[in-house]
Every structure is written in C-alpha cells, then in structure tokens.
Write a protein that binds this ligand. Sequence first.
Ligand code: GAL
Length: 486
Amino acid sequence: MAITKTISLLCLIFAVRGEVRRFPDTLSFGVATASYQIEGGWNASDKGENIWDRFSHQPNTIKDGSNGDVACDSYNQHKRDVEMLKELGVDFYRFSISWSRILPDGFSNKISQDGIAYYDSLINDLIAANITPFVTIYHWDLPQRLQDLGGWTNPLIADYYTDFAEVAFEAFGDRVKNWLTFNEPWVVCLQGYGQHAKAPGVGMNGIGEYICGHNLLKSHAKAYHLYDDVYRPIQMGRIGWTLSSNWLEPATQSAADAEAADRAMQFNLGWFSHAVFSREGDYPQVMRDRIANKSLAQGYPRSRLPEFTPEEIAYIKGTFDFFGVNHYSTNLIKMLETTSIAPDFFLDMGVLVFQNPTWPGSASSWLKVVPWGFRKLLNWIKESYNNPEILVFENGFSDRDNMDDVDRISYYHGYLNSLLDAIEDGCNVTAYTAWSLMDNFEWDEGYTERFGLYYVDFNDPRRPRKPKASALYYKSTLETRSIERD
Ligand code: GAL
C-alpha cells in the first residue's frame, strides 16, 4: 500500500512538474546479477569449490559472517527470477556463469552436465520470455583448484580461462549472442590480489594486482580472439567486457589537481581500457613511467608493472565489439606525491581520493549520489576512445532494509537524467543496466547492503522476493521509455 502511494505521489509530482524526456529507441534496458551473489547451491550436484566459497567460509572475511551458500537460492528458483524479469519488462538480463559449477575442477576435461542443464534452462526460459541473455563469463568466482595454482597470477590461466570460455560458447552460443569476458578486472586484481578485501585476499600491494591484471588482459584477448575466429562466423554474436569506473573530478581548479585527476582516470579505467580501446594499445604511458620509476627507486631490478611484448600489444588491442562500463559514484582527486619504500598501488598513482561529505550517501561507504559524474564519465570514454558504442552494465544504489525505497528511486531518476544528457552530448550509449534485480550477497559486506529492485528475505529459507517501490518505478520507466527532467 505504502509503495503504491509512493508511486502515485511520484507520478503526481512528475505530472505537475513537467517536461518528459524520451529515451532513444536504440537504448535497451536490463538488470544484472552474478552467479556467486544469487545462486547458492554452493555444493549442489558435482559443483566444485570456488574462491568465494573458500574465502567466505573463513572467519573474519565477511562483515556479517555470512556466505553465499544459499544466497537468493536462484539455483533452485531461477523460474521465479524470470517471472520477476517479465514483471519488470526488461529487454535483457545480465547474469554470470559459475566456472566451478560447469567445470568442477576448473579444467575442461570434466564438464558437469547438471551445471550445463541449469544455465540451459535459464537461457531457454529467458528466450521464451523474449528477454535477451547477456552472459558474463567471469564474475569473480574462480575455481579454488586454479587459485591453488596461483589463480590470476599464473600465466597459464589465459589457457584455462579460454578453455572455460570455449565450453560456454559451445554449450550456449547457439542462443547467447552477447558475451562479456570479465566483470570489473580492476576490482578482481586490486581488491583480490593487491589487498585482502575480496577473494582470494592475497594482499600483495603494489605487486599482486599488476601481475593479475597482466594475465587477465591476456586472458580477455585470447577468449576474444577465439570467439572472433571460430564462433563469431557461426554464432554471429558479439563480445566485450565491462570495466568499473567512478568519475574522478579534480578537487580544485589548480593545474596540479587537473593533472592528478587525469592520472587517476588512467590508473582506474585506463589500466584496463588503454590496452584494448586506445589506438596505441599497452598500458597508459603515465602508469608505465611512474611504476617503473618508483620500482627502481625502491630497489627492484625492474618495474613492478610487467611489460607486454609488441606482439602482445597488437594481440590485445582492438579486442572489443563495444565498451562495457559499470558506474556508481564520483570521487574528488587531489595531487599527493609521497615517496615510500613499500610498494603500493595508491602511492604509484600519487593522488588523494575522497568524496564531498555533503553529497547524499547510501549504505555503502564508497557510494555517494552524484548524478552529474555519470555524464562526465561517458563523455570521457567518448573523447578518449573515438566515440565507441557504450553499454552500461551496472548502475545502482544500496540501502539497508527498505521496501519503500525512495532514495533508490531518486538515485535512478538522477542517473537516468544524466545518461540522457550524455546521449544528447553525442555519447553512443545503447544499453543501460540496473544493479540489481534483487538483494543479494554483497561480497565482503555480506547481506548488510541491499542493491535490489526486489526485496529478498534472507531469514526465510524459501528466500521469497517482493518488488520494492523502485521495481515499480523502473517498470513504469521502461513502459513509457521516458522520465521527467530533473
Ligand atoms: C560491482 C560488482 C557487483 C556488485 C556491485 C555493487 O562492483 O560488479 O557484483 O556487487 O558492485 O557493489
């Protein structure tokens, strides 16, 4: 009742306030999830253990001591998930494949028939509902067996990853025409290998993340080329990846802060985008120079950032059919030069990252509501990489426990307006994805931060889902393909 009231009130406010902005017909709308965050069924059938199973089963890793053993129980309830997608009226659903559900040991010598059957059934139901599947091949849940061999720091991972991708193309590529090799390599490498925050929690600051990134870039390129050479001609789909980026705004108008913010963009988005999307390829020059200089000053015989050969640079460059981006918030950047004997990603970057305390917040410490940053980020991508087709694969807001989630509605309203501003600026954005379809396991934050359009009751073993006010807002936005001007 409260929700219906909120929606009617919003409609009334909009009706009084006025100008309607239409989304172009070329823009499609979806919602996203990820396997470990929703599936549960962590040891169902012959599924193998992955790094999030291992990490979350250890003490003091997850804020509320929880794990994804059951999560939203989507392993058993994907039919309900598809019903929700139909209720929302989305054009597409972005989900990911659990590597160790399909390949229990990580290697492709043994393929789980139950694992394949699960995704087959989901994909078939989506297609029957006229909802396009967008499949992320890797959304953070590496098989533990492969982590035991070094995970993303093992150069052979590019072969293992591409074998997994090939199993996915073979099994699902007749129906799946939109592939993402990776979700957010920056987070995978920085928080999983440089820091302890996320699985596998290696914590080799200033070293681990760069080795991880190096192998991950090669893995992406190898899977892209496999698809391009072998599967595209028969399956006729497209493939790219999705990178995370906040907008990084200079804290003051000084030239030093402008330069610092540029540099920070290169260490954030550029670390993974430059090699793939720029005309020259390779890592951004500023990263190569700074990490090499600091490494030598710290007594290392070579840069902590590994080097690509000219052949590798050429092999990685251009491995995209679109530019995928996940965006949530904005940071302020100030120049901060320090010297340190200890290697450190943030000292390599040499900036201070912070947020304006007056910006409205969310349940996540890092997520402030700054809609104008979205427009600036999309324009930065347009300017930097020759106006590529951009697909926004995540955007969303967290709160604690709230069905009548007016703050989430206001977040989406602001960010969708900013998206329209960017489209009017000439950014070629063709997809927008809300994170997330439903509340789910928010990694190291457990279930303490909720991002869903649907509420999930994690205390009930049946994990019932209910639409929040924001689900109705999103549904009506998709129905009318328009919003009010802010
Ligand atoms: C992204 C990630 C998602 C989700 C979201 C909200 O970085 O891809 O899995 O957790 O953040 O924090």
